[in-house]
Design a protein around this ligand. Sequence first.
Ligand SMILES: Cc1ncc(COP(=O)(O)O)c(C=O)c1O
Length: 402
Amino acid sequence: MPITQTREITAAARLQNVRYAIRDLACYSDEVARQGHKILPLNIGDPNVFDFSTPPHMIEAVYRAMRDNKNGYAPSSGIKEALEAIRSEAARKGISSVQDVFVTTGVSETVDLCLNALLDPGDDLLTPSPDYPLYSAILARLGLKLNTYDLNEEDGWQPELADIKRKITPRTRGIVLINPNNPTGSVCTRKMLEDVAELAREHNLVIFADEIYDKLILDDDECVSMAAVAPDVPVVTFGGLSKNYLAPGWRIGWGILSGDAAAVKSYNEGIQKLLRARLCANHPEQYAIKAALEGPQDHLVEVRTKLRSRRDVTVKWANSTARVSCVSPRGAFYAFPKIDIPEPDDVFVRELILQKHVMVVHGSGFGQKPGTRHFRIVFLPNEATLSKAYTAIGELLAERYH
Ligand SMILES: Cc1ncc(COP(=O)(O)O)c(C=O)c1O
């Protein structure tokens, strides 16, 4: 038999636009770590890497489910008791027009399914800039062009309504609103939600309300759910165990589809089809959903207290350091300071890893207004660790741009 010559197997061309700066950067930091340096990770929003741990009653519920041999496949939409608990949670959030709920392998899968079920070639979806990069990565995978709207730094990172209006095209099918926001930590005002809902009504858009951080409000803002202010509008509300309930490794998320029943019927059938095609979400972990949503919530008090203090350390440092300024985050655990530097922010971030062994993510990895530079900090570590990191960042800024 002649040996055929091996030819290169190339990845699909559409993957060229799939980027996920938060983890892509980790490859670079791994190289630096291999040279014997310990890298301080302020790049990934994983509370369990720091002094936060999953509430014990949730662990008990999963352990019990495993012992009870709930280790087979689950129903495609999720187990009954979890779905009931999510419906009750929707009611607590003020969502009155629920049409369906479903459990997924993290919010990441909810987003993937919901975008896949909606978008045809040539359609577009409005996503915020800066953005949590999952959305743009999925759109790239679907071969769709990005259509981003600005969050306005001068207005506490609220969505820029005029920009949303400008960007709506005849092919726009939906809009993503992340509230509380990653990467800026902003919390939307009720008025803003009402204004976005009005645009959705006018242009027949689905709103994807990513509310995965809705219990991590750091000040006295009310966290209003988009679907509660717009019961008639098609909304998919995303939630999960990764952030509020400190279990990101369990990969449990959910979607709550609400709006006018007739309007969302066909779209829901599409979602259900995709849910069936991937069998089910992790089974035993679904038993933690009811335990989480209906069990003790004490951990949240402690989490918010820690985060508030760490946010304050972060903002105080940023606003007293040359070349840095920062809108104070009001929710979640991210800050997105602006840096006044004469080179691209990804160059700065790589130098920071190389020279100071601190890893943050460059603003260009999330999208930002042309000419501006930022980086995203995860302020989950304790105050002492954060202070050490901020001293290092301040030193690099002073050394590099005196
Ligand atoms: C805004 C936002 N949505 C979704 C996700 C993904 O969450 P999950 O762990 O449930 O997939 C994240 C994770 O950081 C996030 O920040």
